[in-house]
Design a protein around this ligand. Sequence first.
Ligand SMILES: N[C@@H](CCC(=O)N[C@@H](CSCc1ccccc1I)C(=O)NCC(=O)O)C(=O)O
Length: 222
Amino acid sequence: MSGKPRLTYCNGRGRMEPVRWLLAAAGVEFEEIFLETREQYEKLIKDGVLMFQQVPLVEIDGMKMVQTRAILSYIAGKYNLYGKDLKERALIDMYVEGITDLMQMILMFPFSPPEAKEKNLDSIKERATNRYFPVFEKVLKQHGQDFLVGNKFSWADVQLIEAILAVEEKIPAVLSGFPQLQAFKIRMSNMPTIKKFLQPGSPRKPPPDECYRETVLKIFRK
Ligand SMILES: N[C@@H](CCC(=O)N[C@@H](CSCc1ccccc1I)C(=O)NCC(=O)O)C(=O)O
């Protein structure tokens, strides 16, 4: 037992990528088990390892954690990325949940039917530009600090930089109207732990491709 957290999921972003981001941003090394076949997944279920027969699964501190939100909250609390008090935690929760709503659109995009892809991409652009990014542009402009909450690096900052980079992969000019977010992106990308995670060879996963899509559908088919 290495003592490192152990992540079980497909070899791709999916619902596990925010967990990889948060652990990496906290400077925590982790191990990964990749699900490649439905048989692997069915064996986890048979062995009673998955509380709701779902992954992500994160084994940490003797626990077999499932439910992405619970996993992320535990990691944020453990590594002091969850604010200094209840009100800062509430603000971080609101920011994270909002960004998660945007990221859910990106998560599901590879599974859009071909005829819906253009419309779904337009929806991502519309929501990022008009609903989500303006909130964080305003927050950063109003308090003039480097980080979203309490002038301290937190889970909210990690979730936002992940989202910015993910949206830019689809809409490269998405930050053109957001100078504060452009500066935030540079600041976060230069933080040592995030800079390391953005380097080739890190556990960060590439954008989903057809192979990943087919693997997910094969493993989790109903
Ligand atoms: N609420 C759970 C949902 C987890 C979930 O839906 N996991 C999927 C794998 S992610 C699958 C995935 C991967 C990429 C993009 C979209 C999606 I959905 C699963 O285990 N499905 C099997 C089942 O529910 O029987 C969480 O947040 O962890």
